[in-house]
Structures are given as structure tokens and as C-alpha cells.
Design a protein around this ligand. Sequence first.
Ligand SMILES: CC(C)(COP(=O)(O)OP(=O)(O)OC[C@H]1O[C@@H](n2cnc3c(N)ncnc32)[C@H](O)[C@@H]1OP(=O)(O)O)[C@@H](O)C(=O)NCCC(=O)NCCS
Length: 175
Amino acid sequence: MFKKTFIRESQQGDSISIELLYRDAFPEEDLLPLVKDLLQETPVVLSLAGFIDTSLVGHVLFTTCGIAGSADRVGLLGPLAVATACQRQGVGSALIRDGLLRLETAGVKQVCVLGDPAYYGRFGFAPETDIAPPYPLPAEWREAWQSIRLRPAAPPGRGRLTVPPPWRQPALWAP
Ligand SMILES: CC(C)(COP(=O)(O)OP(=O)(O)OC[C@H]1O[C@@H](n2cnc3c(N)ncnc32)[C@H](O)[C@@H]1OP(=O)(O)O)[C@@H](O)C(=O)NCCC(=O)NCCS
């Protein structure tokens, strides 16, 4: 039985817990500079924290991006982290579902992610070929570029994703 998970937008006072969380969830990858830079990108970045009881055990960022030559707004999901001791308890799923709902309410039609299809496929993400990532992906990562359409009746986005400065680092888009 899952414990009750609570999701809310992150606040200034969460920064130490978020830092500890990323060190724990990504011991071999330093995503903190990216996370900290994205957290400065309000209002285009939505930052959600997930709690079990009063402990911050999960965090996700959604960046609202554009498509070159179009007025479309497209979300970009990531990074996403759940404390190792609290994984497989539904926290990651709750963060994703809550974020997708908020973006849909805000009028975002589609959300992209670069991640494991085995995980993101659970939420309805499918391989994306019409929206190009900001940098060409290596062949072994092509399957990892996915999107979900929040308003299926709206025409899908087409073109290259335009991202705010923190995402403009080729190293983030290559193994
Ligand atoms: C990936 C991650 C965010 C998932 O969060 P979580 O809270 O454990 O996920 P949930 O409990 O909501 O969902 C877990 C389900 O997804 C599955 N799952 C978890 N990680 C998975 C993965 N990488 N690939 C496929 N399935 C995965 C679990 O098997 C579980 O399925 P089950 O309920 O049928 O057993 C978390 O494991 C994590 O932080 N990992 C380290 C950091 C990372 O890899 N982040 C990835 C995004 S950048």
C-alpha cells in the first residue's frame, strides 16, 4: 500500500532538501547546476516537490519552451528525481501527472521528455519525430526523445524546440 503523497510547487525553503535529493538520486551525475539555473527561470519553469508525510522526497521541473517559427508552447519535462529510499511508491508518477495537469490547464498542448521509454511510456509518452530536440541526438538516444499530447484535438507541434539558456548545453543532450 502506497503512503500518501502530497505535491506542491517548490518554495525557496526547499532548496537544501532538493540539493540533497539530487545528490542521492543521481550519485554519478551532477544535475544541480542545471536544476539551480532552471529554478531562476520563472515563470517558464514549473517546479514541483513531492512529499511523503512532511519529507521532501521527490522533485520535477517542467520548462515551457517554444518551437522555432511557431507560436506553439511545448513543455519539456526534467530533471525528475525521487529519493532512493522512497522509489517505487508512486511519487514519480504523482509528480508527472500533477505537472501534466497543470501544464494542460495553462494551455500547453504537448510535453516532451528525453528519458527511458519504459518509464515514460506508462504515462502516455510516445516517440517524437516531428519536434526536434535543440541539439541532434546520438542514434542510441533517439528512442528516448518522446512526447505526450495534452490536447489531442490540437495539431501536433512541428519544428525545432527552442529552450531557455540553461538547456542550451550540448552536453545535456549527449551520453
Ligand atoms: C525514475 C524515478 C524518477 C521513478 O520514480 P518512482 O517514484 O520510483 O516511480 P513510481 O513509483 O511513480 O513508478 C514506479 C514504477 O515505474 C517503474 N520504473 C521506475 N523506474 C523505471 C525505469 N527507469 N524504467 C522503467 N520502469 C521504471 C517501476 O518498476 C515501477 O513500476 P511498478 O509500480 O509496476 O513496480 C526514480 O526511480 C528516480 O529518481 N531514479 C533516479 C533518477 C532518474 O533516473 N531519473 C530519471 C529521470 S531524469
